[in-house]
Design a protein around this ligand. Structure first.
Ligand SMILES: C[S@@+](CC[C@H](N)C(=O)[O-])C[C@H]1O[C@@H](n2cnc3c(N)ncnc32)[C@H](O)[C@@H]1O
Length: 643
């Protein structure tokens, strides 16, 4: 394993502390750990007799933790990734999924392009994969098992301890260098009003604003956050919040390399302070995680086998019984005998969550509507102990090859692979106990894996993707058997954090299908879904949906919502656009359904929406929408701009 490959424990990052911001950028990422986790790790190290890590004096430790909060990451150019998961050190983890298996790279014309691998079935648009239990599995309450795992961790502690020593030495050196440097610099926290926007008539001020030094750029971002969060005291005279917001968005684009469009969309999901943590987290690699295939082995056995091969690992967290986080490996994890024998799959931690929420039961009939390359399908089968039947569908034929490969390697025997456009369900087959729709999406939750998302998504993508997601979600609902004796559930997930692809899609489905309601996911962590966002209000039960962010949990960004179907979809009624009758009045889904027809997908309504948005976009660019003909060209003009 190459240098700098260390993975940090999953957990929330430390908050931004502007008072500690210096004008120096660190060359490497800083580990982020929750207090609980650092405590756990310290406790673990203390337990392990073999540890040789020296305890620092308290003062130094304090200093170190302060330093961690600086969280100074390199700008857009990311740390090179080398070979933990492959022998040739190629950078294969670019898509949403962790579920990316070596087999996925072999295919398609033109060589190993993961990016293409993750396209939606029928279009070439950049659509991302998102990369999974029963409520009972969420916490490992099995005491014997946790004892054994502690022993396992202890057995592994020597490796962890070596890694921690190196990490601490590195941090101490950095902290010292920063201390020395910051002593020579202005104390930013001491300045009552940061001079950010400056005098509009001062040429020097304006020149500095337009072309800042990259180090100053970062300082200006943190200064602007301070101003935005204490506006009455820190704003320069005559300047509005909008002026500062405009400036910080420009600075974020310049520093991290986002398009203005995406920077703005992502920035508004959070407070300025939190947005900064989010953008920072996207510059850091997420921990490498493997999922134990319980159809073939147990986590303890697997961990022991890998430790014997020189892998440094530990259980991913209390919330999963099957995940192992890899810190270091002497061997390529995609080619070990255990891998080839199907004892594990490389799968991002957040990709476990939708399956955990789905909570498949033995002997059920389950549909995984967009299944390739099969990280979630194979987890579903494992939880079902190879009983019942899983229909694993994906519209992209090439990608089903990877899916089939994983199914065979992992010894899954209860699955039927199919290759339909999921919009054809439930006509193909319906009446499922549970359905998982892990929808194609923009991948804004997995920017650390594929930074190209920063620039290659535009407003059109955020119209077309939700359009597809809404269509798929209605089909998913219609494929569930509301009268299933054990189920009647549907999980919708994406590896995107945008509201358009998540809450808005769920809200749409609640409106169109009064026969479903939102229920709790059973996931014990994750932030609540938005019940309101920038003037839009959503169903109050949207709080039961879960949002996962890289900066909060050190996992890929993800969204998970769970529905319970409470009545039949009247297919004939849907086709005719007939209003739902009173069957659902007793339960209802929280949406005012009085005038809601069970409808097929409302193409017309969406078309209108899209046209309106297209007009708004043109106007924003100073183009008269009326002067633009269908092909997008302004009539009689080479330029679209109308003067
Ligand atoms: C997020 S990925 C699925 C990842 C998969 N659930 C896993 O865990 O390995 C989205 C998948 O949707 C597929 N897809 C896109 N459009 C589809 C459609 N209309 N019908 C079925 N599958 C579709 C893509 O080919 C892609 O494999």
């Amino acid at each position: 394993m190459g240098k700098g490959r260390s993975k940090y424990k999953q957990g929330p990052p430390a908050p931004l502390d502007e008072s500690l911001v210096t004008r120096k950028r660190k060359p490497e990422n800083i580990p982020v750990e929750s207090p609980v986790q650092s405590k756990r790790r310290r406790g673990g190290a203390a337990k392990g007799k073999t540890t040789n890590r020296k305890e620092k004096p308290t003062a130094n430790r304090k200093e170190d933790s302060k330093r961690k909060r600086l969280s100074v990451a390199p700008p857009p150019a990311q740390e090179a990734r080398k070979g933990l998961f492959d022998d040739d050190s190629d950078d294969r983890v670019t898509d949403d999924e962790s579920d990316v298996e070596p087999g996925d790279l072999e295919v398609e014309d033109g060589g190993p392009s993961l990016k293409d691998d993750f396209l939606a079935g029928e279009s070439d648009s950049d659509v991302y994969d998102s990369g999974e239990e029963q409520a009972g599995h969420i916490f490992s309450e099995d005491e014997d098992e946790s004892d054994a795992e502690e022993k396992l961790t202890a057995a592994n502690i020597e490796g962890l301890s070596r890694k921690l020593d190196a990490q601490l030495a590195h941090e101490a050196a950095e902290a010292q260098a920063e201390l020395e440097e910051s002593a020579m610099q202005t104390n930013i926290a001491g300045e009552p009003k940061p001079h950010i926007l400056g005098d509009p008539d001062d040429k020097d001020d304006q020149a500095a604003l337009a072309a800042p030094d990259v180090t100053l750029l970062r300082t200006r971002i943190t200064d602007t956050i301070r101003v935005l969060e204490d506006f009455p005291n820190l704003a320069e005279e005559g300047r509005s919040r909008a002026d500062y917001t405009e400036q910080i968005l420009k600075d974020i684009c310049a520093y991290y390399g986002y398009s203005e469009f995406l920077a703005e969309k992502l920035f508004h999901l959070f407070s300025p302070h939190e947005a900064f943590s989010f953008f920072e987290a996207n510059e850091k690699e997420r921990p490498h995680v493997i999922r134990t295939n319980t159809l073939k082995t147990g986590r303890r056995e697997l961990a022991q086998a890998l430790i014997n091969r020189g892998v440094t690992l530990e259980p991913v967290g209390k919330w999963s019984k099957v995940g192992l986080q890899i810190f270091e490996s002497q061997v390529p994890l995609g080619a070990t005998p255990e891998y080839l024998a199907g004892h594990y799959i490389l799968q991002a931690a957040s990709s476990f969550l939708p399956v955990m929420a789905l909570a498949p039961q033995e002997n059920e009939r389950i549909l995984d509507m967009a299944a390739a390359p099969g990280g979630k399908t194979t987890y579903i089968s494992a939880l079902m102990k190879n009983t019942g039947c899983v229909f694993a569908n994906d519209s992209n034929r090439a990608r089903t090859k990877g899916l089939i490969g994983n199914i065979h390697r992992l010894g899954v025997k209860n699955t039927i692979v199919c290759n339909y456009d999921a919009k054809e369900f439930p006509k193909v087959i319906g009446g499922f106990d549970r359905v998982l729709l892990d929808a194609p999406c923009s991948g804004t939750g997995v920017i650390s894996k594929d930074p190209s998302v920063k620039t290659n998504k535009n407003a059109k993508d955020f119209m077309l993707l939700p359009h597809l997601q809404k269509q798929l979600l209605l089909c998913a609902i219609d494929s569930v058997d509301y009268a299933s004796p054990t189920g009647g559930y549907l999980v919708y997930s994406t590896c995107s954090v945008t509201v358009e692809e998540n809450e808005s899609v769920v809200e749409y489905a609640l409106r169109k299908r009064p026969n479903v309601k939102l229920v709790e996911t059973g996931l014990t962590f994750g932030r609540e879904g938005f019940t309101s966002y920038r003037g839009k209000t959503f169903n109050e039960k949207m709080k039961w949906a879960r949002r996962f962010y890289p900066h909060m949990y050190n996992v890929d960004g993800f969204f998970v919502a769970k529905f319970k179907k409470i009545g039949p979809t009247k297919v004939a009624a849907a086709a005719n656009g007939i209003k739902a009758d009173g069957i659902l009045e007793a339960e209802g889904n929280g949406v005012d359904n009085d005038d809601v027809p069970f409808g097929g997908f409302d193409d017309e309504a969406d078309k209108e929406l899209m046209e309106r948005a297209a007009k708004r976009r043109l106007k924003k660019k100073g183009i008269n929408p009326k002067a633009v003909v269908a092909g997008g060209k302004a009539e009689g003009a080479t330029s679209k701009r109308i003067r």
